[in-house]
Ligand binder design. Structure first.
Ligand code: A2P
Length: 294
């Protein structure tokens, strides 16, 4: 499979329905709502045109305010938000879309994702629950409230189950991806299906930044470890969603289009032992982490 390599922050991947999505998204997980608007405005001022949030991050209001404060036209910003686990099922999904639109102060969402699948470990009716939620996604997509729809943290098993009833297949799957936790089998499965993979925690939430192997490789390219990690996503055809609360680092995280990681260095990164794994995988997470998922 050929990998599309974007060459700038505003260069776009094309989703399976033809919608264009800018190559790097500004992530907002763990960003408190009261500072989100300023940070989103800063990221947009610095050239980002894609912002990733979620109902579950409790900062959709700040994201909407930041977009308006930037003065950039709505249609020039790509906004992703996610459906939270408490909204499973058709009717609640329809209501969840309206709630996110209201929080964001927008009249459409560019990309709406199922935040977490319901999994067999949590509920024997998992497949029907996911199918019913997805019907709500399809209806809101057809109604024009969502320009693209997808999932997050889905494994092959949940996507295959969804495919049995879906009229429209997910266009995106957002997964944890960083050195030390690359999930390459899952990535390749999605890419073969034409589903764009996005990377959450492309820096392992900061945990991989002091790793010596990565520091040595990054030095070869005269780049920081953060830049190496973000470039790693791009080199695997994965759209990265780095987050930072600091303007210099927000800028640095976009300066990744002037180098490519060699095959030898990619192999060395693939061979690294597990590092920085969040522990959040639906089928593997211990019961306490799954509580409330479905
Ligand atoms: P800060 O907000 O102080 O910049 P991830 O995107 O994987 O979730 O990682 C986010 C973490 O990585 C945050 O703690 C963030 O801290 C840090 N971070 C983001 N960009 C950089 C960078 N270029 N250099 C160092 N740390 C960074």
């Amino acid at each position: 499979m050929s990998i599309y390599l974007p060459t700038s922050l505003t260069d776009c991947y094309t989703l399976s329905n033809g919608v264009k999505i800018p190559a790097i998204g500004y992530g907002t997980w763990q960003t408190p709502n009261d500072v989100t608007a300023d940070l989103v405005k800063t990221a947009i001022d610095l050239g980002y045109r894609h912002v990733d949030t979620a109902w579950g991050y409790a900062n959709e209001i700040g994201v909407g305010d930041g977009i308006r404060a930037s003065g950039v036209k709505r249609e020039d910003i790509f906004v992703t938000t996610k459906h939270w686990v408490t909204f499973r099922g058709y009717q609640k999904t329809v209501e969840a879309v309206d709630e996110s639109l209201k929080n964001l102060g927008l009249d459409y969402i560019d990309l709406y994702l199922v935040h977490w699948p319901c999994v067999e470990l949590s509920n024997p009716a998992w497949a029907e629950i996911n199918a019913d939620t997805w019907r709500g996604f399809e209806a809101m997509y057809k109604a024009g409230k969502l320009r693209a729809i997808g999932v997050s943290n889905y494994e092959e098993k949940q996507i295959e189950a969804l495919a049995k009833t879906a009229e429209i297949m997910p266009m995106v799957n957002q997964l944890e991806f960083h050195p030390g936790y690359m999930q390459l089998d899952n990535i390749r499965y999605n890419q073969k299906k034409g589903i764009l993979v996005e990377a959450w925690s492309p820096l392992g939430s900061g945990t991989v930044l002091k790793d010596e192997t990565l520091a040595k490789i990054a030095a070869k390219y005269n780049k920081s470890v953060a830049q190496l990690c973000i470039r790693l996503s791009l080199d695997y055809g994965i759209l990265p969603l780095p987050k930072s609360t600091n303007a210099e680092r927000i800028t640095q995280n976009a300066e990744v289009f002037d180098f490519e990681i060699s095959a030898e260095d990619r192999a060395a990164i693939e061979a690294m032992p597990q590092l920085g794994y969040s522990g959040f995988t639906p089928e593997e997470a211990p019961a306490d982490k799954l509580a409330g998922l479905c």
